[in-house]
Ligand binder design. Sequence first.
Ligand code: PFF
Length: 449
Amino acid sequence: MHHSHGRATLGGKLSAVLVAAGSSVGLGNIWRFPYVAGDNGGGAFLVIYILCVLLLGLPIMVAEFSVGRASHRNAVGAYRALAPKWSFLGYNGVVAAFLILGFYFVVSGWTAEYMVHSVTGSLARYTTADEYKSVFENFIQNPWRPVLYTALFVLATHFVIAMGVQKGIERSAKVLMPLLFVILIALSIHSLLMPGGEEGLRFLFRPDFSKVTPSTVLVALGQAFFSLSIGIGTMVTYASYFNPDTNLRHTALNVTILDTLVAVLAGVVIFPAVFSVGIEPSSGPSLVFITLPGIFNSMPLSMVWSSVFFLLLVVAALTSTISLHEVITAYMHEEWHMSRRAAAWSTTGACMALAAVASLSLGVLKGWNIFGLTIFDSLDYLTANILLPAGGFFTCIFVGWRLDRKILKAEISNNGTLKFRIYGVFIFLVRYVCPAVLLLIFLDNLGLF
Ligand code: PFF
C-alpha cells in the first residue's frame, strides 16, 4: 500500500504497546470489570472473560491493526481506501467514539472530583455507607459541579490531542502508563496484606460454575470488547501511526495481556477490601464511588489510599478518552480537510455539549428518556450493546472475507519478514468463530433468548 507522507509515526516497539494499552486500560478495567464480575459470579466470570479475550478479542485486535497500518488513515479513510463500500464501518466507529465519550467523560469527571475530595480530606468526613451513598447521589445530581469537572477532563484531553500524535499521545502514554502500573501494584500489595481479605480473593479466583448462565457469556463478551477498545476504529486509528517494524501480533498480545492483568489486579484491590468489611460484591456501578470510599475510611492513612486510588482512575480514564478523541479528530482532520487544531476544537466542543447533557440527565434532565433510559444510560447501552458488537462483527467479515489476503499477510508478517505459524487458526477465528459468536450476542440483545 502507498504511504501517506507527512503523517506522524510512533517511535519504537514500546510506544505502540503503550499507546494501545493506554486506550484499552481504562474505567472499563477498574470501575466496570469489578462490579460486572461481582454481579456475575466472580471466578467463573473471570474464566469466561479470559476465553473471550483470547479467542475473540485478540484476533479482532490484530485485524484492526492490519486495517489501520495497511491504509495509514483515520477509521473512515482506512476502509474507504481499502474498499469504499465498507466505509460505513469507519462511520460506525466515529459515531460510537463520540457517544462513548458522552458518558465516559462524565464518569471521568466524577473520578476527578473524588480525587480532589480525597486529597483535601473532605471525603473522609463521613462514616456510614448511607452517608457515602447520599454524598454520591447529591454530587451526580448537582446541576453544575459534575459538569464543571467533566469540562476540566474534556479540556485535559483536548490539551494532549492538541500537542499532536508524538508529543501529545505518545509522550503522555509513556508517562501515564508506568505511573498507572506502579500505583496499581502498590494498591494490590496493600490489599493483599489486609486482614480478612482471603475471602475476596477466593471469590475472584475460585470459579463456581453453577452460577454461569448463557447471559454470563454474553456479558463477558461485551465487557471484553469495551475493555479492549475494539469494534470501534480506535485500534485502526492508532495502528495507522505504527511504524513499519511494529510486530502487530506481539503488540496485540501484549496489550491484551496488560489489559487483562489490570482488570484482575483491580479485582485484587477491590474484592478483599469489600469482603473484609462484609459488603456484597454485587453492588453495581456505585461499587467504586460509594462502597470503596467507605472502606478506605476505615483504614489507617485513609486519605492517602483514597487519593492514590482515584488518581489511578483519573490516569486510566485519561489515556482512554485521548484515544476516543483522536478517532474523531483524525477523521475530521483528514476527511474534512480541517487543520488538526480546528478538528480537535470541534471534537472538544461537540463532546462537551453531549457530556453536559448526559451529566444533567442524571439530575435536572432526568425526565428526558429514550426507551425508558436516561440519556446517560442510553449512551452506555447503545454503544456497548449495539455499536461495538456490530463493529466487531463487520470487522471480522471484512478482514476474513473481503480484504485482499496479500494485504493482510503483508501487514501481519511485516512484508514477509516475520513468521506466523498459526495464521490458519487466526483466519479460522476471524472468518467463522468470531462472527458466529458475535451474532449470538446480537440476537441475545434483541431479546431472542
Ligand atoms: N477500553 C476503555 C476502557 O476499558 O475503559 C474504554 C474504551 C476506550 C472503549 C476506547 C472503546 C474505545 F475505543
